[in-house]
Design a protein around this ligand. Structure first.
Ligand SMILES: NC(=O)c1ccc[n+]([C@@H]2O[C@H](COP(=O)([O-])OP(=O)(O)OC[C@H]3O[C@@H](n4cnc5c(N)ncnc54)[C@H](O)[C@@H]3O)[C@@H](O)[C@H]2O)c1
Length: 358
């Protein structure tokens, strides 16, 4: 039988979702948590009696029972802490964004190779139930040539959210784009392909912060397609995350994790077989796809017990990768792409010029 993986979490904001994911995972055990704040540690020991607590990361990485550490610290600390953990012989699961610059992200990749430890990155929205069918429809040319995408992350954050490290250049790496919208940046490049150039604007409309709370970009892809991408944390009370993709054979639209539109001109038996659809024509395909993927993650999980989405899915994937010695689904070299796009948007907005990605 494969070893049970001893897991730890550093940073107990979103880190609490990692702890819950570990507790629910097969083959993993929550061994320790680490934070500077005692009240956060106390909350964890109340929920998970017996879990060890640390306020000093150096002590955590010396704990021989710990195999894997979830790095859930403010974004600009990810590379430094992931590197320290890997050099101490620990695997790492790193929250998004992998770090705030491509250089810091590359350092993680270099040390991963040097040490042979496993490093995964959390972009859990790839596990949303509507994302896989969209990607499959694109990959097998069911949508025809994908020529246009529109992506809009219209969220809301109160001023109080920006009292700490959020919305700072040095710790968050930016505002609405790098923090809230980076998931959708990742999905955009995952669905539509490598980005060739960005032309962007940014501004501050609803908060007292140093970075931005709104961005707008025109994106060109290496395959010739184009997209618009907007992000904001001013859209009271939090409106939507639109992902809309148009191909020469059809149109797909989703909001958050819910499929809203599935209109494909020419029905394909191959796609129906691949998705195990009963459909025999376009109308039936639309009906079946919306019935299956139009309810979002909670509805899908209720219909399919045992399925996992969100942080649970990412944590399980990471634990499996260690136990069965394979790569985690999202590796550093893949997660770097979203950071490169984000940094290109900020450079374009600052300089007023189109920025090309290498
Ligand atoms: N995947 C997602 O959906 C998701 C959601 C929220 C946040 N995040 C990411 O997770 C990371 C953390 O964000 P957050 O919102 O949880 O932040 P947070 O400020 O709520 O939590 C960070 C925690 O780290 C602790 N900390 C700071 N320095 C420390 C140190 N040296 N040693 C130990 N603990 C330390 C703080 O006390 C705090 O409890 C960010 O990179 C963010 O982008 C991802």
């Amino acid at each position: 039988m494969s070893k049970i993986i001893g897991c730890a979490v550093v940073g107990l904001g979103i880190g609490q979702a990692h702890a819950d994911g570990i507790a629910a995972a097969e083959g993993g055990r929550l061994v320790a948590v680490c934070d500077l704040l005692q009240e956060k540690l106390d909350k964890m020991t109340a929920k998970y009696p017996g879990v060890k607590t640390y306020t000093d990361f150096d002590e955590l990485i010396r704990d021989a029972e710990v195999d894997l550490i979830s790095i859930c610290l403010p974004s600009a600390m990810h590379a430094e802490y992931a590197v320290r953990a890997m050099r101490a012989g620990k695997h790492v699961l790193i929250e998004k964004p992998i770090d705030i610059t491509p250089e810091a992200a590359m350092q993680i990749e270099r040390v991963r190779r040097e040490t042979g430890m496993k490093a995964g990155v959390v972009h859990q929205n790839r596990y949303n139930v509507d994302m896989l069918p969209i990607r499959q429809a694109i990959e097998c040319d069911h949508l025809g040539r994908v020529y246009l995408g529109t992506f809009a992350v219209k969220w809301y954050r109160k001023q109080a959210y920006y009292e700490g490290w959020h919305g700072t250049w040095d710790m968050d790496g930016g505002g609405s784009l790098v923090n809230q919208a980076v998931h959708t940046v990742d999905l955009m490049q995952w669905l539509m392909g490598d980005v060739e150039s960005v032309t962007s604007q940014m501004d501050i409309y609803g908060h007292d912060i140093e970075t931005e709370d709104t961005t707008a970009s025109v994106i060109r892809f290496k395959n010739g397609a184009m997209a618009t991408f907007v992000s904001t944390t001013c859209a009271y009370p939090g409106i939507s995350t639109d992902i809309k993709i148009y191909g020469t054979n059809g149109s797909i639209e989703a909001d958050q994790d819910v499929l809203k539109v599935w209109k494909v001109k020419e029905f394909s038996d191959d796609f129906a077989d691949m998705m195990e659809l009963d459909a025999a024509d376009e109308e039936e395909e639309e009906e079946e796809m919306l019935a299956r993927y139009g309810g979002g993650n909670p509805a899908y999980e209720a219909q399919h017990p045992g399925t996992r989405t969100g942080h649970r899915a990412v944590v399980q994937d990471m634990i499996d990768a260690i136990r069965y010695d394979h790569d985690p689904q999202i590796m550093p070299q893949e997660a770097i792409k979203a950071v490169q796009i984000v940094c290109a948007v900020y450079e374009s907005a600052r300089t007023g010029k189109t920025v090309r990605l290498s």
